[in-house]
Design a protein around this ligand. Sequence first.
Ligand code: ADP
Ligand code: MG
Length: 258
Amino acid sequence: MAVTALGTHGRPVLDVRALTKVYGEGEAVVRALRGITLTVDTGDYVAIMGSSGSGKSTLMNILGCLDSPSDGHYLLDGVDVSRLSDRQLALVRNRLIGFVFQAFNLIPRTTALANVELPLAYAGVRPAQRRRRAMAALELVGLADRADHQPNQLSGGQQQRVAVARALVTEPALVLADEPTGNLDSRSTDDILTVFDQLNAAGRTIILITHEPEVGARARRLIRLFDGQVRSDTRQDTPAGPGLPGRHSAVPRSGGWA
Ligand code: ADP
Ligand code: MG
């Protein structure tokens, strides 16, 4: 399974067909996803919005290989992952997906550097290389000077930037973020969105879930879910998007951090 190369715009990294998810059975059955079909090309930046209960988390869990669909197909980087075992899903997940969560999920009393190194440790990367790549990822999010700080010594926005560095350090095909700015003030929200703009400008594929219209507005593409189905799927101008004058660009155009 090839890890998606940077800059290869246009190839579907994600190809979802007639995906359904049913929870429970009999009287208690819930049809959380009712036939989702969509593709996301390498290099796209997609926001998924929808009211509570519309199926966002269910879809995200399946896209992130944390759960399997009831029916339909899901090809991730060309591989059909809809019928894999839990163990196989875990391997795909570690290899292809970088997660960012609302609650940061950093390990307490552990330095930013060690937090970012962790996925590489799981992947069996040797310590010296681990350190070098983790430092490069921290540099990308503008936190090289905080490498030795522990989570409780960092602001919320800084903690989330560490979490973004951790999501990136394995060079995943896809960054999946579930309400990444949900716990942040507007200034830190803007910092994180600027990092996402820069990552996307450098070729990273990003899918985020949000209920905040101003966060959704920063993505290149907006998908609205309603009652387990795609209600609309639109390309949008990104007024604050990448490449505009005045936005500092810490991210190289090709993958220079690994
Ligand atoms: P959202 O993230 O958009 O709020 P969810 O994907 O969490 O929506 O939920 C979609 C629907 O599926 C809701 O009706 C919810 O109650 C139901 N649901 C979610 N998870 C489960 C579960 N583990 N068991 C039963 N029903 C669930
Ligand atoms: Mg949810």
